[in-house]
Design a binder for this molecule. Sequence first.
Ligand SMILES: C[S@@+](CC[C@H](N)C(=O)[O-])C[C@H]1O[C@@H](n2cnc3c(N)ncnc32)[C@H](O)[C@@H]1O
Length: 248
Amino acid sequence: MTNSPIPRVGGKKLLRSDICGRFPDTGKFDRYIEVFGGAAWVLLYKDKHAQLEVYNDADGNLVNFMRCIKYHSGELQREIDGFYNSREMFFDAIEQLNCRGFTDIQRAARYFIKIRLSFGSGGRQYGCSKKPLQKSADYLSSVSERFQSVVIEHKNYDDLIKVYDRPKAFFYLNPPYYGTEDMYDVVFTMDDHLKLNQRLNSIKGLFLLSYNDDPFIRELYKNFNIEAVERNNNMSKGSYKELLIRNY
Ligand SMILES: C[S@@+](CC[C@H](N)C(=O)[O-])C[C@H]1O[C@@H](n2cnc3c(N)ncnc32)[C@H](O)[C@@H]1O
């Protein structure tokens, strides 16, 4: 098990053992595809999920960050070491992500600063956290090692599912939740919830889908196995229900 170096809005740090505990039995799948990879908390929970493992996200800055961890973790660590926790560095990093002329490693470091120093990891407001930056950067080398056998993709979910679908494929999907689609840099629309449902209705492989517990989602997936699980909310310190939806 490895920790992710970044938190993610909707990230599955607290639910990852429940999620992995519901994966299909070994032997039922030989390829594991994480369609909405985010901070990769579920992928990193195990040393190997399958012979072929795929991490995917549509957010280019996030995917560049993951690729830099895989191929250049030492250089990325050195670049991050040049930053400290300040409001000015947070807003400069966000601005610089929109500028030309930076290398991929420099961009990855700025993306790390944008997420780590923001409120609730949303990447928009400065978080005023006193947690040292170093604490998460320390995970870079173990994540790099774990990623050596993982294919990193940067595709829209629909295209990715089409490319990797096989009878022995297993997809774990954690899309932006219904009603919280604008929390990410990549836009996910109402139409995407419907399109994802259509695609999952016709795949050859197996899937496990995490969603928020909402009547619309329950209705959309009523023909599948739906289970509600309790999840703690870091920010409100309360708990709420999430759905785990499966076609097996
Ligand atoms: C709830 S987060 C995933 C969190 C992840 N499971 C974790 O534990 O960190 C949803 C992710 O979907 C990505 N995303 C949004 N629209 C997408 C699309 N059309 N195709 C693929 N990924 C998308 C976002 O960038 C975000 O990282």
